[in-house]
Design a binder for this molecule. Structure first.
Ligand SMILES: Cc1cc2nc3c(=O)[nH]c(=O)nc-3n(C[C@H](O)[C@H](O)[C@H](O)COP(=O)(O)OP(=O)(O)OC[C@H]3O[C@@H](n4cnc5c(N)ncnc54)[C@H](O)[C@@H]3O)c2cc1C
Length: 492
């Protein structure tokens, strides 16, 4: 038994401390390509059951300068919840109580390990919803979502997770517990002091451990409608999005599928029979029944001059079928190239909406240059694009080439005025791009990190490039690489 595990077993219950090598292997991965190439097990994993456990663990780790990496459901695609520098992985998914649903104040108080879809299932009888909606809804924890500031399809109207977090309990690296967003408050807004809640949202576990969340809720919109538009010319899809916004309409989702994605959906779900045009757009509108009808009709009118065809529906079965087509894309692209799987790297760029068509064409150029097929889809309303690279992971040259593709895709995003990550976060895999993305602002982030975590124990291989060990220094895997086995869902 390692000395750390022995100490921790005196501090916590025996069953909360994991140090058997076979069990630790399950903590060596998240959904990133990096950890498929080079899984990295921690020295010890601790399963937290309470805030007191987290405080005790952080005090212990701080006194001994042992790295601690928080972990939710490990659906992240950045190696952010993997202990690349060793030490302790702190699993928070067993802290999964919904402590209170405060209906009159439209708030939920939760532990961080609550799974997103389960929260919304519990809210539904109250006709309330927590609107952020990542594709990983049935797996991701609300703690992971807050820590990555997760987005999703409806972020174009409702914003990211951060817009719905009113307050947090955070255990700081030295074990002190604080409450952000005004202690004990149920106010829905506040201007009292620095916005510490926002500081911890999106910090990817580098500043402290989130142990409780006060989340803002909204009423479930009573009606929805969907518009399907098919375009022979990719550029017209971009123009259509601009035309809809110019008409004063705020869709709750606008999704794009490129030609390869449409073909993949048809192969995967032959009943869909979508025309294999250059691009497909799905618009969703929500609100009251008369308003959604008006919005949908307006979208049809604005888009018709640009599209080969456009139709709308408020039929629940049609809405469900079209969202099903969208939600299987991530899994479906694999059928485009039998024997291949997706490499989740360079999978999450976000670019200005006005340059989406040229960005999609540039991605295809990168694909052709490196002979790696890429099928791209995304939340075009916010500019978020998910290129899906298809590789045969048994071929070392394809692995080498797909890493070049990821590098060029990240470079492209910055060149056109975008960001290397629209929603999945930085973790280890995008740290190298942070100096280029932020310039001197990265040094300010470092100073904030140092102020809260002077010994640098909190998730130490994330965000800052100097802290991330090079991939070549990691242990190579013996298993063939491929898409994460646990996901049939759609990143993005
Ligand atoms: C199929 C699939 C679809 C996806 N779709 C989307 C999408 O639509 N939108 C989107 O934004 N992302 C998406 N993702 C990425 C991922 O699901 C999100 O980043 C999610 O928020 C991660 O949650 P998690 O519980 O799995 O966190 P983890 O992967 O376990 O951790 C993510 C990061 O948060 C930190 N962390 C976790 N919990 C805590 C805590 N309590 N305190 C402090 N730090 C913590 C970790 O250290 C790590 O840095 C998708 C992933 C998959 C596999």
């Amino acid at each position: 038994m390692s000395p750390i595990a022995a100490d921790l077993r005196r501090l916590l219950r025996h069953s909360q401390v994991v140090d058997a090598p076979a069990e630790l292997r399950t903590y060596a991965y998240d959904a990133s390509f990096r950890t498929q190439l080079a899984p990295h097990a921690p020295d010890v994993a601790v399963i937290a059951r309470s805030e007191e456990d987290v405080c005790a663990l952080m005090r212990y780790a701080c006194e001994r300068s042992i790295p601690v990496t928080p972990r939710g459901a490990a659906t992240g695609q950045t190696a952010g919840c993997v202990a690349l520098k060793g030490g302790i992985v702190l699993a928070l998914n067993a802290m999964n109580r919904i402590i209170e649903i405060d209906v009159p104040n439209m708030q939920a108080i939760c532990e961080p390990g609550v799974v997103h879809a389960q929260l919304n299932e519990q809210l539904a009888p109250h006709k309330l919803i927590f609107p952020p909606d990542p594709g990983s809804t049935r797996m991701a924890t609300v703690g992971g979502m807050a820590s990555t500031n997760a987005h999703g399809m409806r972020a174009v109207k409702y914003g990211p997770t951060g817009a719905w977090v009113l307050g947090l309990h955070v255990v700081l690296p030295d074990g002190e517990l604080i409450e952000t967003g005004s202690a004990g408050s149920r106010a829905k807004q506040s201007s009292a002091g620095l916005e510490l809640t926002k500081l911890f949202v999106g910090a990817e576990g580098t500043l402290g451990v989130i142990t409780r969340q006060r989340l803002k809720l909204m009423p479930i919109p009573p009606a929805r409608a969907i518009v399907l538009a098919l375009f022979d010319v990719l550029e017209n899809a971009g123009k259509a999005v601009q035309a809809v916004f110019a008409a004063g309409i705020s869709p709750s989702a606008i999704e794009i599928l490129d030609q390869r994605c449409i073909r993949a959906v048809n192969l995967y779900r032959p009943a869909m029979q979508l025309s294999e045009v250059e691009a497909l757009l799905l618009f969703e509108v929500d609100g009251n029944p008369a308003g959604t009808r008006w919005d949908a009709e307006q979208i049809v009118e604005r888009v018709r001059p640009l599209a080969r065809s456009v139709e709308w529906s408020s039929e629940p079965a049609r809405i469900a079928a079209l969202w099903e087509a969208r939600s299987v894309v991530g899994a479906a692209v694999g059928v485009l190239r039998p024997g291949s799987s997706r490499a989740y790297c360079g999978e999450d760029i976000c670019v200005p909406v006005a340059v989406i068509p040229e960005t999609l064409r540039a991605i295809q150029d990168i694909s052709a240059k490196h002979r790696i097929p890429i099928a791209t889809y995304g939340h075009i309303g916010g500019g978020s694009l998910h290129p899906g690279h298809l590789i045969d992971g048994r071929d070392p040259d394809e692995v080498r080439r797909v890493l070049l593709v990821a590098d060029e895709v990240h470079g492209l995003a910055l060149r056109v005025g975008g960001t290397t990550t629209g929603e999945h976060g930085v973790g280890a895999v995008r740290a190298q791009y942070m100096p280029g993305e932020h310039g001197p602002a990265l040094a300010v982030m470092r100073r904030i990190k140092h102020a809260l975590d002077p010994t640098g124990i909190m998730n130490p291989a994330t965000i800052f490039p100097d802290d991330v060990p090079p991939l070549s220094a990691e242990r190579p895997t013996t298993a063939p690489v491929g898409a994460p086995a646990h996901t049939g869902l759609d990143p993005g």
